[in-house]
Design a protein around this ligand. Structure first.
Ligand code: UGA
Length: 435
């Protein structure tokens, strides 16, 4: 079996490396010659724990390679994966499928022998059919079928999510295409992973429905957290209390500053758009997206309140900028709302993030960049924890107090115990938990 992986972005690179680890020969293709050259030198353009080792091992074993030569890679492949970007379109809402269709058109001309063309990018319902149409139009002689194989990888945990998934969804409509896909995922059959075969449309919608449901779960617990603050309840215990009901489940009930990242914000909006277009509006998801946007904007208000109603002329230390830990990804991160709002209210922001500073610098202006958490806090009037990196969970609290001008901590990720923080002498506030 041979795979051609078109696109060496996050999904393409992780999937390509993982399929080669499964024992399949994988060629990853990108138009960006510089990127391919860097990958060939062993440089990994994204931060994903374990990916560098996986890539190095499989390259050494001769199962994984990188090229700009689409024609050669596609001709030899049993399966061509399209894993190119689908940014939110310029009009907002609908996913921009330009790159997907362009890839389909280019791939079409080089297909040789029976090939399954697999959509790995997150694409709206109907895209698979359109890819099928495009390929048949460009190359009427091509012997191919289209499949949809959405990914469910979390940044920072992507390799484990690929190797040991809860399930695999494959939209593949013929026995022959199913057999090819089964062969690629063979190691997962050995560990009894549920692998669901569906139609193209069902696979495409399953991806969006999954992300929208998780975004809804987070938004639900965030609203419960706000309610907890009003009635004196503890959101941590409420989440545990409801989460132990197997029908609800414990995961993704962690209250915080609102979800970010490259998936939930984009995919909820895209689902809303699709649903509106076909006259079956998803009012729950519309509301979730709206509440989450407002939540991120409202977070600076909490900091201002904790600072006695004003941050004018004050210095605020911000710990964590990425949308979540173990990634350098800044896309739709809550920090992108919080930092400018604090600056607009007259504060000086001093920030530190373990991996995201290079990505954050072009997106945030007038920030004093610190080398570490303690430097960010030195002389600051308050510290805000925006992303729950492990190193922020284990701060030396005496050192924190000594560094800060006033021991004010706003913990937007609930990583500290309120009572312990009060006992340690902090003016501590968190999300949805009484002090
Ligand atoms: C998400 C999904 O979890 C993956 O299954 C999916 O494959 C991926 O999108 C995608 O579509 O490609 P990801 O965006 O990497 O993965 O990150 P998550 O771990 O899901 O976190 C998303 C956001 O939700 C983060 O901002 C995180 O801080 C927030 N979150 C998550 C909470 O606020 N509370 C929680 O309980 C969980």
């Amino acid at each position: 079996m041979r795979i051609a992986m078109v696109g060496t972005g996050y999904v393409g690179l992780v999937s390509g490396a993982c399929f080669s680890e499964f024992g399949t020969d994988v060629v990853c293709i990108d138009k960006d010659a510089d990127k391919i050259a860097r990958l060939e030198r062993g440089e990994i353009p994204i931060f994903e724990p374990g990916l560098d080792i996986l890539v190095a091992n499989n390259r050494a074993a001769g199962r994984l390679s990188f090229t700009t030569d689409l024609a050669g890679a596609v001709a030899e492949a049993d399966a061509v994966f399209i894993a190119v970007g689908t940014p939110t379109g310029r009009t907002g809402g609908e996913a921009d499928l330009t790159y997907v269709y362009e890839a389909a058109r280019e791939v079409a001309g080089f297909l040789k022998g029976y090939t399954v063309v697999v959509n790995k990018s997150t694409v709206p319902v109907g895209t698979g059919r359109e890819v099928q149409r495009i390929i048949a139009e460009v190359n009427p002689d091509a012997e191919f079928e289209v499949a949809s194989n959405p990914e469910f990888l979390r940044e920072g945990a992507a390799i484990n999510d690929f190797m040991r998934p809860d399930r695999v969804i494959i939209g593949a409509e013929s026995e022959r295409s199913q057999e090819v896909m089964q062969a690629l995922y063979r190691p997962l059959y050995l560990i009894e992973t549920p692998i669901l075969f569906t139609t193209l449309e069902t696979a495409e919608l399953t991806k969006y429905a999954g992300n929208a449901f998780l975004a809804t779960k987070i938004t639900f617990i965030n609203e419960i957290a706000d309610l907890c603050e009003k009635v004196g309840a503890n959101v941590h215990d409420v989440a545990r209390g409801i989460g132990l009901d197997g029908r609800i489940g414990r995961k993704f009930l962690h209250a915080g500053p609102g979800y970010g990242g490259s998936c939930f914000p984009k995919d909820t909006v895209a689902l809303v758009h699709t649903a509106q277009k076909v006259g079956s509006p998803m009012r729950i998801v519309e509301t979730v997206a709206d509440i989450n946007d407002r939540r991120k904007k409202a977070m600076a208000g909490r900091v201002i309140e904790a600072c006695g109603g004003s941050v004018e002329g004050k210095t605020i230390a911000v710990l964590g900028l990425t949308f979540k830990p173990n990634t350098d990804d800044m896309r739709d991160a809550p920090s992108l709302e919080i930092v400018p709002a604090l600056q607009a209210a007259g504060a000086t922001v001093r920030a530190f993030d373990p991996e995201g500073m290079a990505q954050a610098e072009p997106l945030l202006s007038n920030v004093a960049w610190a080398q570490n958490a303690y430097e960010a806090m030195t002389g600051a009037d308050a510290v805000v924890i925006v992303t729950e990196w492990n190193e922020f969970r284990a701060l030396d609290l005496e050192r924190v107090k000594a560094a800060l001008k006033a021991p004010v901590m706003i913990d937007l990720r609930n990583i500290y115990n309120p009572q312990e923080m009060i006992d340690a002498g902090f003016d501590y506030s968190s999300v949805g938990r009484p002090v």
